[in-house]
Design a protein around this ligand. Structure first.
Ligand SMILES: [Fe+2]
Ligand SMILES: [Fe+2]
Length: 194
């Protein structure tokens, strides 16, 4: 799905459903990081008009998701707290270090490629939650999140192509997708989005 080279391991959905509160707590921070990553890219690359407009829209949408997740936590009586470490995002960022393409805007390419892969993996997992979450309201909500993450994956991939050209962008996303697959297979199955 969406350029991912390995499906989420079978046990993940069981781990997630065994503690949906923990998934939502992690999800809150994922949405916040998505918003702040988008604004950081706008701050760093204001010379790309399409990027400025589309990522400021994206940041707004991710902040709406923050509020939706927060509402759900409140409904469930779960208190939010600051995030612990995020081994998936950390490993993925490390996976780009050392061989970032030397092309002009190679560093931007890597940030967009990582953004695309994170959106793709969230998208895949929201699909599983859309299918298996315990209530109709949750299933519907995860369905909406699935659709927006699919759009976000396409946006990051197309911004990468705008920045460095289609060939290099696709090649690098495919290369990082291989590393992402290794990370997903290696990480323990826990009640978190990633
Ligand atoms: Fe989101
Ligand atoms: Fe997103």
């Amino acid at each position: 799905m969406l350029g991912l080279l390995t499906p989420t391991p079978d046990g993940w959905i069981d781990a997630a459903l065994s503690n949906l509160d923990a998934v939502l707590l992690d999800h809150l921070h994922c949405e916040l990081k998505a918003a702040s990553n988008a604004t950081a890219l706008v701050a760093r690359y204001p010379m790309f008009p399409t990027l400025v407009r589309s990522l400021s829209d994206l940041a707004r949408e991710e902040l709406l998701h923050v509020q939706q997740v927060f509402d759900e936590l409140e409904r469930r009586g779960v208190r939010a707290h600051p995030p612990g470490e995020d081994p998936y995002a950390l490993a993925l960022r490390r996976a780009t270090q050392g061989d970032t393409p030397r092309a002009e805007h190679g560093a931007l390419l890597d940030r967009l490629a990582i953004g695309a892969l994170i959106e793709a993996r969230s998208c895949e997992r929201f699909k599983l939650l859309e299918k298996h979450a315990p209530t109709e309201a949750l299933r519907e909500w995860y369905g909406e999140l699935f659709a927006s993450e699919a759009r976000h994956f396409r946006l990051f991939a197309s911004l990468a192509e705008d920045a460095v050209g289609q060939e290099l962008a696709r090649k690098r996303i495919a290369q990082l997708a291989e590393r992402e697959a290794e990370i997903v297979e290696r990480l323990p199955l826990e009640p978190r989005v990633h």
